[in-house]
Design a protein around this ligand. Structure first.
Ligand code: NAD
Length: 435
């Protein structure tokens, strides 16, 4: 099959490369000429484990192409995917659909013959209907089926998630479109991936419901963590004790500084907006958003309490990890963006290291001195804060860290160390939800 992927970001590039690896011919299109130039030159604009090889192999095999021009690829495509960004609209939290509609307008002018137009971007219920209207207006003669096929991949494990998903969701009532989607995902039939065919509106809602549920689960365990601290219980044991119940499940029960990233914050907000507009408010999600926002802000206070000094002027705080989670360079809505400025505002000098996120972080975090490794961050620090649980932070030479620090204060917002061990090593150790 021939695929045109409009938008070559975290989702478009991974999806495009994986579809090419399935054997389809894929052109990834982006209006960002720098990005396309880099890809054409063999570079990868984002950090995602395994993506460089997957892209290189499929380019070499003649199945994966990159372009800033949509015309040829769309004309020849059996399926055109829209994988552009849908950030929060400023002011009201609704998903900003400007990029989606602009892409739809452009595609409408280009399609030739029966074409399945697929929204892979996360879009609110009814967006497919609007895209259909755009096609009717711009190209009343076009033979298209507009399909919803939300993406559930996680950054950091994106290729594995795309190739071995828990399920694929396809929203359409069109038989021809269903066949094209089946053919595109044929390799997944071999490993018996469930494919959920449903209506377009239901499919659009499934994506938001999934993300809202996961955000709620994280927020739930975070609240239980706070309670654990108050009553001297251990949240990790609570998580294990409840997670072994199949009805609950052990995933997404890691207490931490609050969820961030490119999806949960904006998708929970957008769902709240959709639900209010529909006259069916989702109170649980509204509360989740509020609790999580407050939590991210409260984390700086947790650091202040650990340092046992209200005045951070003259104090140096080392920060390990800036991205919203490990194995990505994505800084969007990362908890570090709340925590670091709050510490700096209280007068602390902040020095930080992140294995992949510093390029982006430099544009987003002012008043931070970026260091080349964790030991340089520890040097002269009055406290060290672990914000993102990169593997390399799990295996630090702690004796060396302690020697380098001004005071052995460690605030582990991801619970990657054990309180007893850390105390035995002579650290004043604070974590989340553990006495
Ligand atoms: P991104 O910002 O990394 O990529 C979007 C790309 O689209 C950018 O490179 C941009 O230049 C390009 N673009 C915008 N308008 C264009 C146009 N008209 N023509 C060509 N290119 C255009 O975004 P992302 O993280 O890949 O997310 C894309 C969508 O997928 C969003 O709706 C997001 O919610 C959803 N999603 C993201 C993830 C994730 O982990 N990042 C997971 C699942 C779903």
């Amino acid at each position: 099959m021939h695929v045109a992927m409009i938008g070559t970001g975290y989702v478009g590039l991974v999806s495009g490369a994986c579809f090419a690896d399935f054997g389809h011919t894929v052109t990834c299109i982006d209006k960002d000429a720098g990005k396309i130039e880099r890809l054409q030159g063999g570079g990868i604009p984002i950090y995602e484990p395994g993506l460089d090889k997957l892209v290189a192999d499929n380019v070499k095999a003649g199945r994966l192409f990159f372009s800033t021009e949509a015309a040829d690829a769309v004309k020849n495509a059996d399926a055109v995917f829209i994988a552009v960004g849908t950030p929060s609209r400023r002011g009201d939290g609704h998903a900003d659909l400007t990029y989606v509609y602009a892409a739809a307008e452009e595609i409408a002018g280009l399609v030739d013959g029966f074409t399945v137009v697929v929204t892979k971007s996360t879009v609110p219920v009814g967006t497919g209907d609007e895209i259909e209207k755009i096609f009717k207006r711009v190209r009343p003669d076009a033979d298209v089926a507009v399909v919803s096929n939300p993406e559930f991949l996680r950054e950091g494990a994106a290729i594995e998630d795309f190739k071995r998903p828990d399920r694929v969701v396809v929203g359409t009532d069109d038989d021809r479109a269903r066949e094209v989607m089946r053919e595109l995902y044929r390799p997944l039939y071999l490993n018996e991936t469930p494919i959920v065919f449903t209506s377009r509106r239901t499919s659009e809602l499934i994506k938001y419901a999934a993300n809202a549920f996961l955000a709620m689960k994280i927020t739930f365990i975070n609240e239980i963590a706070d309670l654990c601290e108050a009553v001297e219980a251990d949240v990790q044991h609570v998580a294990k004790g409840i997670g072994l119940d199949n009805r609950i499940g052990g995933k997404f029960l890691h207490a931490g500084p609050g969820y961030g990233g490119s999806c949960f914050p904006k998708d929970t907000l957008a769902l709240v907006r959709t639900a209010r507009d529909a006259g069916a408010p989702v109170d649980l999600i509204e509360t989740t958003v509020k609790v999580n926002d407050e939590r991210k802000k409260a984390m700086a206070e947790k650091v202040v309490r650990a340092i046992e000094s209200d005045d951070l002027a003259g104090k140096t705080i080392g920060v390990l990890g800036l991205t919203f989670k490990p194995n990505t360079d994505d800084m969007r809505d990362a908890p570090s963006l709340d925590i670091v400025p709050a510490l700096a505002a209280r007068g602390a000098k902040v020095q930080a290291f992140d294995p992949e996120g510093m390029g982006e972080a430099r544009h987003m975090l002012k008043d931070v001195e970026f260091k080349e490794d964790p030991y340089a961050v520890a040097e002269g620090a009055d406290a060290l804060v672990i914000i993102t649980e990169w593997d390399q932070f799990r295996a630090l030479d702690l004796d060396r860290i302690k020697l380098l620090m001004n005071a052995p204060v460690l605030i582990d917002l991801r619970n990657i160390y054990k309180p007893d061990d850390m105390r035995a090593r002579g650290f004043r150790y604070t974590s989340v939800g553990r006495a």
